[in-house]
Design a protein around this ligand. Structure first.
Ligand code: COI
Length: 353
């Protein structure tokens, strides 16, 4: 793989005490192009602007998919990548749905390894830090005909990060707009899913909510996701999360939490959930917790849920399932708790920092 190192690292001029999510990028990026029916050899370059034709299809039709994954540094200065096989699998599932050619496994895996070796110092081992990794593929062919492109670009960039959300999470149930319809692309990490969510989210923000609860596109009765997270409810001592469908993203954190919860002896139900069931549970005092899960947020408690005129305030629990599962998940990710599931893979020979 051709590697061109930056001549001026931004590492020492980066303020690691102030990292608003997704705004600071490490020194290098991996780039790989698809042309004439095949992916070329990947290359590592200094992070920076890329040349793109104004006629590039992604700019007109949004043919683009991405992943979100995280690396952590353990106390021995080793970099641990969390469930990279799952991200690879999901990237290609998304690519297939968006009619994007699948990326080769060795391009993805070797690319990640080389990039993380080079930029390992951007992954801090202090508590609370991780390196958010953003692989993405977009249609770079130059053509404004509404059709799948012949050319694509695959890029991996990385971003040192701490928290995604700071402060309370007050959510409102959205009964008009939809994140994803049945038969659509909701299960894929398609860029356009996120673009379509911004307008309804802004309206909710203006009313003082941090995020929405998305409901099904047909009846707006069933709960799907919250913001960019999978959503969970603890009713009594059972954890319930919507079952996966073509309108719900199969979160890797969601899957990890299902596994951890079951291994904690917690009853987990993956099934359809009516909003009315959550309201009923709140009224009869059995709604004990609500939280979201996602790569960026890990596990994020929901403080209030507003449904029409009613605001349900969810009091913090002493024995919070969310907190317990978050602590365990983060402990595994940081290499502090034994990784009995083999979720982590070490980036070998990363330069120590
Ligand atoms: C993630 O959790 O990785 C996501 O995809 C959320 C993102 C849009 C920041």
């Amino acid at each position: 793989m051709k590697i061109t190192k930056t001549s001026i690292s931004r590492l020492n001029s980066t303020d690691f005490s102030n990292l608003p999510f997704g705004t600071v990028f490490s020194d290098h990026m991996l780039v790989c192009n698809y042309k004439n029916g095949k992916w070329s050899e990947a290359e590592i370059l200094p992070y920076g602007p890329i040349a793109m034709a104004p006629g590039a299809q992604v700019l007109h039709y949004g043919q683009s998919v991405f992943e979100g994954m995280k690396a952590f540094k353990n106390n021995s200065d080793e970099i641990l990548l969390f469930r990279k096989d799952e991200n690879f699998k999901r990237l290609n599932q998304s690519a297939e749905r968006l009619s994007i050619p699948l990326i080769d496994k060795n391009i993805f895996m070797n690319g990640l390894d080389e990039l993380l070796k080079l930029d390992s110092a951007w992954c801090k081992k202090e508590e609370g830090y991780s390196l958010y990794i953003r692989p993405f593929i977009f249609a770079s062919g130059e053509c404004v005909k509404a059709s799948a492109s012949d050319e694509y670009t695959f890029i991996i960039i990385t971003s040192p990060t701490t928290k995604y959300y700071a402060g309370e999470m007050n959510v409102v149930v959205e009964e008009h707009y939809t994140r994803a319809p049945q038969g659509g692309v909701g299960y894929a990490k398609a860029a356009g899913n996120y673009a379509a969510s911004f307008y309804p989210t802004k309206q909710a923000n203006a009313k003082g909510f941090q995020q929405l609860i998305w409901t099904d596109s047909v009846e707006h009765k069933y709960i799907e996701e919250s913001g960019t997270m999978n959503i969970w409810f603890r009713i009594g001592d059972t954890l319930i999360t919507p079952s996966l469908s073509d309108s719900i993203l199969g979160g890797i954190t969601r899957d990890s939490v299902v596994t951890l919860a079951k291994d904690n002896g917690i009853k987990v139900e993956e099934r359809k959930i009516l909003i009315s069931e959550v309201v009923e549970a709140f009224k009869n005092g059995t709604l004990k917790e609500a939280f979201g899960t996602g790569t960026a947020v890990t596990v994020n408690p929901i403080n209030t849920i507003t449904f029409r005129e009613d605001r349900m305030v969810i009091e913090a629990q002493e024995d919070s399932f969310a907190l317990r599962l978050k602590t365990q998940l983060q402990g595994i990710q940081k290499g502090k708790i034994e990784d009995t599931y083999n979720w982590n893979s070490k980036v070998l020979n990363a330069v120590k920092s």
